[in-house]
Write a protein that binds this ligand. Structure first.
Ligand SMILES: [Ca+2]
Ligand SMILES: [Ca+2]
Length: 334
């Protein structure tokens, strides 16, 4: 996204300042039964790689692979096209021989891993809360003039105990926030938070449904590529700096079947879920001209505050020429 600020010098000369925002697209994708069989289907894998390439950081869920081929193999496929990808992933999680793994693929030129976090709810004997305990990563953002870091906590709930598991997520959030020393954390993944697994009254009672948590994918959204209409997959944000950095209107499902023009069966072979996504803006600034100190913003446009911070960070520029007032602020989506 490109912003333009029109400034004028006291002498009446118009000067153009270009502000480029470095956006980060964050996603969560349940790739149904992602194991060696699916991995071996070349056409399906090419679609999966195309979808993952859309993101700067994407949580992949439902990885089912005892052989350990799928996670590094997918990384190699991503890097074949664009050699900047990294991955962090959990152990194989589950109470029985049925196991799944979480993996975060991310662009190393934009993000760095600060630390990982695996929630532990004790012995997996059925008295525990989670079938697949939330697994998270704290990322640092390169070249940001706004948000410097954010955490992600991934969860694929067990459908039959979705209510119990979703009720445990506020405790997981608090533990991770303490461990990472930040409130700015996404909770995301296939919550199974709709249809036969969760009622609207159960949803309203959740700890992570209370003030302070921003649900970016609404209850009315269809996150399934199949004919069902259910809001299973969600992204929830907490922490004022993170929420303030989000482009709320960008939160959506990515309907890869429409975009890639896949027929129904092929789309279902990729997954019965759509990815869910949202964009973080980080307010990086590129100046087209030298600019002086003492900038005032007279615009009431909300986005001006972030930009003013960014512009003022550059006022040590030695090529100071004169005093500017920002008289007008134009926002383009070019
Ligand atoms: Ca457990
Ligand atoms: Ca659907």
């Amino acid at each position: 996204m490109l912003y333009q600020i029109v400034v004028s010098a006291l002498l009446g000369v118009l000067t153009l300042v270009t502000v480029t925002q470095a956006d980060l697209r964050i996603g969560a994708f349940n790739i149904k039964t992602f194991g060696v069989t699916k991995y071996g289907k070349e056409n399906i894998m090419s679609y999966i790689v195309q979808i993952l390439q859309r993101y700067d950081m994407v949580l992949v869920q439902e990885i089912r692979d005892a052989s350990g081929v799928v996670i590094p193999g997918t990384l190699a496929r991503l890097n074949a096209r664009d050699d900047v990808w990294g991955v962090r992933y959990s152990e194989r999680l589950g109470r029985t021989s049925y196991k799944e793994q979480y993996a975060y693929y991310y662009r190393k030129d934009k993000l760095s891993v600060i630390s990982e976090y695996q929630y532990d709810d004790g012995v997996d004997d059925g008295s525990d809360v989670f079938m697949r305990e939330p697994y998270g990563v704290l990322f640092g953002i390169s070249n940001s003039d706004g948000l410097r870091k954010f955490g992600v906590l991934g969860i694929h709930t067990s459908p039959d105990s979705a209510n119990q598991e979703l009720n445990g997520l506020d405790e997981v959030y608090e533990a991770a926030a303490s461990f990472w020393n930040t409130q700015d954390i996404f909770i995301l993944g296939d919550f199974n938070a709709d249809c036969s697994y969760m009622s609207s009254s159960e949803l309203e009672r959740l700890g992570i449904r209370q003030p302070g948590y921003e649900w970016l994918i609404g209850d009315e959204v269809d996150t399934t590529s199949s004919t069902t209409n259910c809001a299973y997959d969600r992204i929830v944000a907490a922490g004022s700096d993170l929420i303030g950095s989000l482009e709320i209107s960008s939160a959506q499902t990515y309907r890869f079947d429409d975009v890639l023009q896949l027929d129904y069966d092929t789309a279902r072979d990729v997954s019965d879920h759509y990815p869910v996504e949202v964009t973080i803006t980080t307010g990086r600034v590129n100046l087209a001209v030298p600019i002086s100190s003492g900038i005032e913003v007279r615009s009431e446009i909300p986005a001006a505050a972030n930009m003013l911070t960014a512009v003022n960070s550059l006022t040590s520029n030695p090529l100071i020429v004169s005093y500017f007032n920002i008289l007008q602020l134009q926002i383009d989506n070019r």
